[in-house]
Design a protein around this ligand. Structure first.
Ligand code: SF4
Ligand code: SF4
Length: 445
């Protein structure tokens, strides 16, 4: 609250960002790129409008606890579609995280957000949380609940949450019970030219999509990279940063910096776009920390999306996997990291996979953490448009390299009783390599 040391400290933190606000020339080029502005038509729900509100708080003309500031900052998806179209290079994502921190210190976020951030940032809570999630998924309870629960009142959020959980299942085309360990055939690869790569395991990814982490390590090894195991990893802090809990995000970042530094890896491969975007920004997150500022920059400079690594040095060709795939860009890969081609290249490297980019693929799916639960109307509108665009492709599966997007689109398809699978691009490449006999059978996935 105003007058307290915490409030003053936050005010100073946002004040220190004045320089990041200055480049905005209020041209409005960012408005058409903004999903919330496009749906609501309200300037205060546009990037420019939100920057005006942040400026007003910095200058003391508006209280961070005011309804206007909290509502419009909270309604932002954090998709960063406004950044690449800005001619002045306004660092909107960084400003948004600071604004969220200021707003949530003034008035704490709702219980679902606080619960999720607490669980994801605490291993002793995270492990049983995801165990229960896998149990609900494995027993079919999640799928059943998503089918039979009504879509109104308090049931709506539960139904959506269960549909998101059910959508994390492996796509049946790749529903092989056979697990694989190591590389049986490294072909004619010159392994000496390749880097040592550590794989970020992540929290949601390791909790619900461990198969994607396994596939990531396998396809990297199959392409000649040495994959080093890094113990002691933590959540990357992405959801904490996006939710305004920057102190927790910094604590998690420091913990990861220590273990990745000690690993001696040349590169850190990330298979979740939101995590990659946050880790590439570790230097900004810790720029005021004298012990970690330089170390954070160095670790951040070694972070790559796994598809960037695979695309950078040519891909081995595996066996045919006949299928039609719709590709959708995660915002935190396309807008925040500027990676557009690499995941499509990975998909197109699979013989007989027909790849179509979804119409409007550059627009947010409405996932944004648990936006669909905290903003049912607007999140439902944005998510509904994405599901329609995916369905228009008449594909067998949709591919998108981010767990939040996989769950959001997967839940939308499931709730419309649509049969498309949901995959990460490396899963398809992994299946192609498995069919080509690149792997030894056995091992634990
Ligand atoms: S953020 Fe960039 S694009 Fe948007 S109004 Fe400011 S200068 Fe223009
Ligand atoms: S991050 Fe996305 S929702 Fe937020 S202002 Fe920018 S374009 Fe709009």
């Amino acid at each position: 609250m105003k007058g307290t040391p915490a409030y003053e400290a936050l005010g100073q933190a946002l004040d220190a960002q004045r320089e990041r606000l200055l480049p905005c020339v209020h041209c409005g080029f960012c408005l058409p790129a903004c999903p919330t502005y496009n749906r609501l038509g309200n300037e205060a729900d546009s990037p420019r409008g939100r920057l005006h509100l942040i400026q007003a708080v910095v200058e003391g003309r508006l209280e961070p606890s005011s309804e206007a500031f909290r509502t419009h900052i909270d309604r932002c998806l954090g998709c960063r579609a406004c950044e690449p179209v800005c001619p002045s290079g306004v660092e909107y994502g960084t400003l948004l995280e600071l604004a969220r921190e200021t707003a949530t210190q003034a008035v704490p976020p709702g219980l679902p957000t606080r619960f999720l951030l607490k669980v994801l940032g605490t291993p002793v809570l995270r492990i049983p949380f995801f165990f229960i999630g896998r149990l609900l998924r494995g027993t079919g309870f999640a799928a059943l609940g998503a089918t039979v629960l009504p879509s109104y009142g308090p049931f709506r959020a539960v139904r959506l949450g269960l549909a998101m959980l059910a959508s994390t299942r492996r796509w049946q085309l790749m529903d092989s019970k056979e697990s694989m360990a190591g590389i049986a055939d490294s072909g004619s690869l010159d392994i000496s030219q390749k880097s040592r790569v550590a794989v970020l395991l992540g929290c949601v990814q390791e909790g619900l999509f461990r198969r994607i982490n396994s596939a990531t390590a396998r396809v990297l090894e199959a392409n000649g990279y040495e994959v080093v195991t890094v113990g002691g990893q933590d959540c990357c802090g992405a959801l904490h940063a996006h939710g305004g809990d920057l102190e927790s995000a910094r604590t998690l970042a420091r913990s990861n910096i220590r273990v990745f530094e000690a690993s001696g890896a040349d590169l850190i491969a990330v298979n979740a776009a939101g995590c990659g975007a946050t880790m590439k920004d570790y230097g900004i997150l810790l720029e005021e920390d004298p012990d970690f500022a330089q170390r954070a920059k160095e670790v951040a400079s070694s972070v790559r999306d796994v598809t960037e690594i695979l695309d950078s040095s040519g891909l081995r060709t595996g066996a045919s996997v006949p299928c039609k795939i719709a590709y959708d860009h995660p915002c935190h890969l396309l807008h925040a990291q500027g990676v557009e081609r690499a995941p499509i290249t990975v998909l197109k490297a699979v013989p007989d996979a027909e790849v179509h980019v979804v119409a409007g693929a550059e627009e947010c799916c409405g996932g944004a953490g648990i936006y669909g639960i905290t903003h049912p109307k607007l999140g439902g509108l944005i998510g509904g448009d994405k599901v329609s665009a995916v369905r228009a492709c008449s594909a067998d599966a949709v591919a998108t390299p981010n767990p939040g997007c996989m769950m959001q689109i997967g839940a939308g398809l499931r709730l419309e009783a649509s049969n498309e699978g949901v995959i990460h691009p490396v899963e398809l490449l992994d299946e192609s390599y498995r069919r080509a006999g690149f792997y030894r059978a056995g091992g634990v996935e």
